[in-house]
Design a protein around this ligand. Structure first.
Ligand SMILES: C[S@@+](CC[C@H](N)C(=O)[O-])C[C@H]1O[C@@H](n2cnc3c(N)ncnc32)[C@H](O)[C@@H]1O
Length: 243
């Protein structure tokens, strides 16, 4: 997958590829990321790309021509163009899984008051990362890029992300590591038993419990099997919750 991020602040984004899993993914060519300066497509003196809003009001608006020219240059028939915007549909793991198949994604970052509305008409999707307003689309572009990159083949183990919260529809079970005991707090015995059937059962139970207690909305429409239903009954009893 190739992701092109178009921004007026490329230096805000570049450090994310200098560390950890993202750095390795890029170095091993498991994903190609290009951070592109919108000013490279400016049609004005001093690489200016913003102006005051028609009709008056506070703040600056990013202009249409630089985005138009950038998309004209970078987009092809396979490209999926995403515009970061609080108006967009909220990004989630399900959307990341769907987008995982795309060969080429362009993410446009707004800033200041936003982007000239004519840019909105040129994109495939407006995307928000939550119901709040950021100063710019850079953090949103980084969030989306990170979520997509870790699903690319070879970036992390498939077993690992398939167990993650939301991936299969539930929240993940808790994790523990050494030491076994610290300040009176101990690891659940079952995890050191070596009995993998019991460990799997415990993890499923805990996953259902976390979901039931913290995100019960995720259980609506989730395909529960007989064993899950039994576990949920136990969880409700344990949590003293009546239907
Ligand atoms: C200050 S915001 C503009 C907000 C706009 N005036 C509004 O009320 O909808 C500047 C830019 O930040 C980005 N942005 C802000 N909040 C966002 C969010 N929740 N999700 C995705 N992008 C966001 C968008 O690119 C937006 O163009």
């Amino acid at each position: 997958m190739r992701i092109d991020i178009i921004t007026i602040f490329p230096e805000m984004i570049k450090p994310m590829f200098n560390e950890s899993i993202m750095k390795r993914a890029v170095l091993q060519n498991l994903i190609e990321i290009n951070v592109i300066d919108l000013r490279d497509y400016s049609v004005l003196k001093h690489n200016k790309v913003d102006d005051t809003p028609y009709g008056g009001g506070a703040g600056m608006v990013l202009q249409f021509p630089p985005f138009y020219l950038a998309l004209k240059n970078l987009r092809n028939e396979q490209t999926h163009v995403m515009l970061t915007s609080p108006r967009g549909k909220t990004f989630n793991q399900q959307r990341a899984i769907e987008l995982q198949q795309k060969q080429h994604i362009i993410i446009l970052c707004g800033h200041y008051e936003g982007i000239d509305e004519r840019v909105h008409d040129m994109v495939d999707e407006e995307v928000s990362i939550g119901d709040y307003v950021l100063t710019g689309g850079e953090l949103a572009a980084m969030v989306i890029t990170d979520a997509l990159a870790r699903l690319q083949d070879g970036v992390i183990k498939k077993d690992s992300y398939e167990q993650d919260s939301f991936h299969m529809g539930l929240l993940e079970h808790p994790h523990y590591t050494k030491p076994f005991s610290y300040e009176g707090k101990e690891v659940p015995e079952v995890l050191t038993s070596g009995n993998h059937k019991e460990i799997d059962r415990w993890r499923r139970y805990q996953s259902l419990k976390q979901t039931f207690l913290k995100r019960p909305d995720l259980l609506n429409g989730f395909p529960l099997d007989k064993e899950d239903i039994k576990m949920l009954e136990e969880i409700k009893k344990e949590s003293n919750i009546k239907e």
